[in-house]
Write a protein that binds this ligand. Sequence first.
Ligand SMILES: NC(=O)c1ccc[n+]([C@@H]2O[C@H](COP(=O)([O-])OP(=O)(O)OC[C@H]3O[C@@H](n4cnc5c(N)ncnc54)[C@H](OP(=O)(O)O)[C@@H]3O)[C@@H](O)[C@H]2O)c1
Length: 241
Amino acid sequence: MRIAIITGGSKGLGLSLCLQLRERGYRVIEFSRSAPHEFSVMVDLSSPEESRRAILSAIGGIESEPLEEIIVINNAGMLEPIGPTSRKDHPALIANMNTNFTSAILFVTEVVGQFQSIPCRKVIANISSGAALNGYAGWTLYCAAKAGLENFVRALAVEQKQETHPFIPVNINPGVIDTEMQALIRATSAADFPDVGHFVRRKEQGELAAPFAVAAAILRIVESPTLEFGARYNVADYSRG
Ligand SMILES: NC(=O)c1ccc[n+]([C@@H]2O[C@H](COP(=O)([O-])OP(=O)(O)OC[C@H]3O[C@@H](n4cnc5c(N)ncnc54)[C@H](OP(=O)(O)O)[C@@H]3O)[C@@H](O)[C@H]2O)c1
């Protein structure tokens, strides 16, 4: 059995990834709040304890089945609260860091713990962002979480290289995708997000990639036989057409 375990597959990029993984014959387990698929697990990643319980209960026991490949995709993400740090609301700040960072690390950690000794091809793909490398006013939490997670993945890659049956952890920058996240960005005021005009122009000029095309490129990266431990891949380099 080939298995894919992914967060945030209810819509946007994650939905396209789930559908294409299923087409390729993977058994998919997806985690989100709306959990719209028969293969979904309902969880709010802003609560780390709830996340850990849901993840463990969904993946427990699978390790005893014959596994040929395990693909793990950390994809769920959120931008809110957008706006200056002086006006960030404390509960919203915690929810953002829990969703984008703490639960993402819990997700990867529990999956690695469950499947470390399984002798098959194993990949962890962290869906990152240009915001991991650049600072954007109004997006301090999102930028912090994306940057922190990228280095978590790089450190995990160093660890995994020492393992007998390693996962290959990689970061993937998907580029700008036409999803609800981009609609939210365009609907933000310039007071909260000074770069909003840039993103409005990119949409008007047709520069947003379709989620299905980005998902296909991500799967080309993930399935590559030359995948490198801890590397950072750009979807733009793997897009077709
Ligand atoms: N769109 C872009 O231009 C762009 C650019 C760079 C990087 N990215 C990254 O690509 C990934 C996918 O983004 P997208 O554009 O597809 O976003 P999206 O359309 O907003 O979808 C986000 C996904 O994350 C899930 N999610 C969000 N908060 C959650 C929570 N508290 N608990 C559980 N699930 C949660 C959502 O599911 P529910 O709402 O059902 O919970 C949904 O499936 C994200 O990591 C994002 O940072 C996107």
